[in-house]
Design a protein around this ligand. Structure first.
Ligand SMILES: Cc1ncc(COP(=O)(O)O)c(C=O)c1O
Length: 380
């Protein structure tokens, strides 16, 4: 029973998108008419960037439409371009949640920015844990939404961070069609290019008015440094988010780089890098589990990282945060190989999240990980 007019905050509904038609002699924005103090290969930066970023939107829609030809096609009206998907996450909370009153729902173990953004906006977080196999606990989420209409946004991370597992789209559809709850379901798909193509929710965007899919150029495109993320959603929600954002959130250099990144040659390169990462992921999975003291790879194989369990001892050990922390700290300080300790997350006891590196980085990680574990067990 999604109703945009009551789901979105009243003050936000009243906002109008920033409009500007700029051509000719530009004396309307108090820029410097004499050029910029530096230029980059002949490009001047004295003008404010395009608030709409239509070329980026057009190219990104073309990419996703080509990958999913059977879905209702995405158009630039379905899109918001943000300073990374972190800005999109914050914006989704801000359009819908009244500070001090409303709530979001998250499904830990999950991405750390949802609670951070909620806190910044004075919004409470209702946590419904994933199931031990890291699938959504659909009945628990559904019931929680039935009971609490102050929850305005559900964050579902797919592939999950740190779980590396995609969520079942049928569960998401059930939530999207909830008969009494009035809110937005967010599918955070930062790692979607590393998963199989049918796992994405982009194909549902034009079927459900309350779905928002977050994607980013930070991961598969290797452009974390330029800060570009996207929201794919209904034209109505996109218009509201575009009205809320700062008009010039995407800088001109970032915009130019993103347009290049979405050219056919760069997209081919993205697929090529993705395939290399997947090959190294297969290798890391196989070789890491052969190291004495390493337990299971918990979670899935749908992202550019894996979640590896470290045991209290190599024979009949149980997952151990003490050992995982030791290994993580020792590798970072003595060998400058940095992975992420995730053992404090629910159902992640003893786990380390390892990003898939290049062939030589994976070799260094495997070597050092084995050696550091051996050192721990020899001493304890
Ligand atoms: C699940 C998830 N969502 C969003 C982000 C943020 O991505 P961006 O760089 O686009 O802000 C990350 C970054 O690690 C992430 O893991």
């Amino acid at each position: 029973m999604f109703d945009l007019n009551t789901c979105i905050r009243k003050n936000i509904l009243d906002l109008q998108p920033y409009r500007c038609a700029r051509e000719g002699i530009l004396l309307d924005a108090n820029e410097c008419s004499f050029g910029s103090v530096l230029n980059d290969a002949g490009v001047e930066y004295n003008r404010y960037p395009d608030p709409r970023q239509n070329e980026i939107k057009q190219r990104f829609c073309e990419l996703r439409n080509k990958e999913h030809p059977y879905a209702k096609p995405l158009k630039p009206e379905n899109m918001v371009v943000g300073v990374g998907s972190d800005e999109i996450i914050d914006s989704l909370i801000r359009i819908s949640c009244i500070p001090g009153k409303d709530k979001i729902l998250a499904c830990p173990p999950s991405y750390g920015m949802y609670p951070v953004s909620a806190k910044v906006n004075d919004i409470q977080v209702v946590n419904v844990l994933l199931k031990p196999d890291f699938d959504l606990d659909i009945d628990a989420v559904y019931d929680t939404l039935s009971k609490d209409n102050s929850i305005k946004v559900v964050f579902a991370c797919s592939p999950g961070n740190p779980t590396a597992k995609t969520l079942n789209l049928n569960s998401i559809k059930k939530l999207l069609a909830h008969p009494t709850w009035n809110g937005i379901i967010v599918m955070d798909e930062a790692y979607i290019d590393f998963a199989s193509p049918e796992k994405t929710a982009v194909s549902l965007v034009n079927d459900y008015p309350n779905l928002a899919v977050c994607q980013t150029l930070s991961k598969s495109f290797g452009l974390a440094g330029i800060r570009i993320g996207f929201c794919l959603t209904s034209p109505e929600i996109a218009t509201i988010m575009n009205s809320l954002k700062a008009p010039y959130n995407i800088s001109e250099p970032t915009s130019r780089l993103a347009i290049k990144a979405l050219s056919p040659e760069s997209v081919s390169k993205m697929y090529e890098h993705r395939d290399r990462a997947l090959a190294q992921r297969d290798r890391l999975c196989k070789e890491v589990t052969a190291i004495p003291g390493v337990g299971k790879i918990i979670g899935g194989f749908d992202a550019n990282f894996i979640l590896v369990q470290v045991l209290s001892n190599p024979v009949n050990g149980v997952p151990s945060n003490e050992v995982a922390k030791f290994v993580y700290l020792k590798m970072a300080t003595d060998y400058k190989i940095v992975v992420r300790f995730r053992g404090n997350e629910p159902m992640c006891e003893g786990s380390l999240r390892m990003t898939i590196g290049t062939e030589s980085e994976v070799s260094a990680l495997l070597r050092t990980f084995r050696h550091t574990l051996e050192e721990y067990y020899a001493k304890n």
